[in-house]
Design a protein around this ligand. Structure first.
Ligand SMILES: NC(=O)c1ccc[n+]([C@@H]2O[C@H](COP(=O)([O-])OP(=O)(O)OC[C@H]3O[C@@H](n4cnc5c(N)ncnc54)[C@H](OP(=O)(O)O)[C@@H]3O)[C@@H](O)[C@H]2O)c1
Length: 256
């Protein structure tokens, strides 16, 4: 058994999760990488092993499935740092989206994150060390017409994370919530969001800078990390903007 701490990263086959994996391995964590694309995970793992010399385990699993949570927690009973990063969004009028797509979005963005956190937190508390980084979004701070489930899911992630930050405070464990703004990954293509105003509003953030901000913030014990001044302003604006105006702006940003 390795003396290094162990990080479990969901959604590590690309984007922000991949950057978390590279960063944590470079900082001396053994890593467990979770996503659906087995071949991609294996090739990332080989690259990380070669560059960082840490142990890397891959678990190819679909986190929308109940049995995947059982499979992961049976294989990896304890981890020191859980990065709940896997997520996706549907874009479109709620009444027109397939019910199964909405259910999958909630299963991945909300339920898998909540269940993995529940599984790993007691071991961290017993060890009085480690913690969780939950990846939400600036979408967590406001409702999102045309992406209603995604914004609501991220609001759940933010609320859960802040509550847990307080519950575990003083026990050597930190639960942080990372709230990125628009970041250059496969996310927007997958969400069918290319060409929306949200993407032309500002240059997309670099995924490695976003992961680094999340990790550094977590190490400093921060409750919520919003990388970038513009995103911080965006996260604050719902507090001072009339709700009806906020909803109209929010809708325009993601309308196709
Ligand atoms: N990009 C942005 O602008 C942005 C902004 C704010 C927040 N975020 C959040 O950041 C997180 C990472 O997103 P990203 O931008 O890096 O997007 P991405 O490049 O699309 O990466 C998503 C990751 O999640 C995995 N994944 C998707 N569905 C899965 C499933 N059913 N089971 C297991 N893994 C699954 C994907 O791997 P497989 O396809 O191989 O399963 C991939 O590794 C998400 O929670 C997203 O909501 C992104």
């Amino acid at each position: 058994m390795s003396a290094r701490p162990l990080a479990l990263i969901t959604g590590a086959s690309g984007g922000i999760g991949l950057e978390f994996a590279r960063l944590l391995a470079a900082d001396g964590y053994d890593c467990v990488l979770v996503a659906r694309s087995r071949e991609r995970l294996e090739s990332i793992a080989a690259d990380i092993r070669e560059k960082s010399g840490v142990a890397v385990t891959c678990i190819a699993a679909d986190l929308t499935l109940d049995e995947s949570i059982a499979q992961i927690t049976a294989a990896i009973p304890h981890c020191d740092l859980l990065v709940n990063n896997a997520g996706f969004a549907n874009n479109g009028p709620y009444a027109e989206l397939p019910e199964s797509d909405i259910a999958d979005e909630i299963r991945l963005d909300v339920l898998a994150l909540a269940r993995l956190t529940r599984h790993y937190l007691p071991g961290m508390l017993a060890a009085r060390s480690g913690g969780v980084i939950n990846v939400a979004s600036t979408a967590a701070f406001l409702p999102g017409p045309l992406m209603a489930t995604y914004y609501a899911s991220k609001a759940f992630v933010l609320s859960l994370s802040e509550a847990l930050w307080e519950e575990v405070r003083g026990n050597g464990v930190t639960v942080s919530c990372l709230c990125p703004g628009a970041t250059k990954t496969a996310f927007f293509a997958r969400a069918n969001m290319e060409g929306t105003r949200l993407l032309s509003m500002q240059p997309l953030a670099d995924a490695s800078a976003v992961a680094r901000a999340g990790y550094e913030g977590w190490k400093r014990g921060k409750r919520v990390v919003v990388p970038g001044a513009m995103n911080a302003a965006l996260a604050f604006s719902p507090k001072i903007t009339p709700r009806s105006l906020l909803l109209r702006i929010s809708r325009r940003l993601v309308a196709r």
